[in-house]
Design a protein around this ligand. Sequence first.
Ligand code: SAM
Ligand code: SF4
Ligand code: F3S
Length: 459
Amino acid sequence: MNGDLEAKEPEKAIRNLYIETYGCAMNFADSEVVASIMSDKGFRTTQNLAEADVVFMNTCSIRDNAEAHVWGRIKEMKPYKRSNPGLIIGVLGCMAERLKTQFLEKEQIIDIVVGPDAYRDIPQLITQVEEGQKAVNVLLSREETYAEITPVRLSSNGVTAFISIMRGCDNMCSFCVVPFTRGRERSRASESILKEARDLYEVGYKEVTLLGQNVDSYREEDADGNVICNFAQLLEKVAQIASDLRIRFSSSHPKDITDEVLYTIKKYDNICNYIHYPIQSGNSRVLKLMNRTYDREWLEMRLAKIREVLPDCGISTDIIAGFCSETEEEHQDTLSLFKEAKFNFAFMYQYSERPGTLAARRYADDVPVDVKHRRLSEIIAIQSKNSIELNHLEIGKTHIVLIEGFSKRSEDDLRGRNDKSQVVIFPREHYQKGQYVKVLIERVTQTSLIGKVVEEVKF
Ligand code: SAM
Ligand code: SF4
Ligand code: F3S
């Protein structure tokens, strides 16, 4: 039936899609799914806004400043619409889901609003706009995983790629808007994940990052609801594709990461020794208010277990400064945990109240902005010291690095990452991106290790 309809559609000239993405890696992976859906309808992607027929902004709602940025960007789009009234402008992603038709009410230039589970409907929504209407689809789904859609890799380095293994989140952390914007948690079938990883490897990719808001709750079920593949088993299957295909994953919820996952990482050299482990706070009362379902003791115990099983594991985290009612002493607990845990990297934020979340409904956002700001700077100061100290420990050691491309500063240098996800820079010589090399570290900065290649690595 579908095929019949498509056969009757007149051939259209190639049109240009310009897509801008904000937010987390999952949103970037989604833009690649959208580009694929659009390419089936004759759109190719362009990096040049001025030549676009359709502009999509794939948006993020996680903090107020993420949303403010998008509103500013919409204003900047107005001259393009004025000079090309046929230009179609769409808002996708989490902000579209959160604000729905408010976009159409607030900004005349918006034609389409599409939530994260409705991307298959985009071609139909574009037709609706071409017929002179505004178009909205923000329905969330309990099943959609876009499993069989082959993403179009956007601004890819040809070496590393994201693979979404699940969507949504069932955790309801009190500060977080994601369960509202992305809906219920669901896992993608392992066979389609493996196929995507194999296909990437066959065309030269050397690293895949498996993505989910809480990868440890990945579960593929049979028709009777029995788990037939958990996250550790999925990791193992992906690791067996090829010994020179590196595997990363993100994020692990501290309540869920299992010993089975840790031992699977240990068993396979190509599963990177790196865990993104967002703690959010170092204080048990604040963690309870955040509804994270673990406390400080649990964090310390699990961090010790990670280090026992994987002594050289890189660990990064996320932290929120100034959550509702956080006292000075409770903030000190976060500082002390940062000192103790010594994360390699951290993504550090001030609390931003999100409408509709449990925290917004139940707790006052009562830590003054200047206090949040100061607490955040104190966390950043400890983290900077830790990062540089940990980087210093690498001087004189060799690391296997997968080359991802030129260094940001100079085309005379190459850039890659070791399996702990530390950035490594070294002279280009005759080496190529996609190659593995052994690099001796000679000096470091806060953000990278700098050295020279001592050996090419063959698998
Ligand atoms: N699923 C991951 C987890 O459970 O840790 C995190 C996903 S969220 C997209 C990324 C990070 O944004 C969170 O770890 C948290 O630190 C931060 N974040 C989420 N909501 C926030 C808020 N309302 N204000 C400030 N930061 C927030
Ligand atoms: Fe948000 Fe918590 Fe889900 Fe992470 S686990 S996406 S912080 S609700
Ligand atoms: Fe990601 Fe932002 Fe949505 S962090 S899940 S794009 S709210």
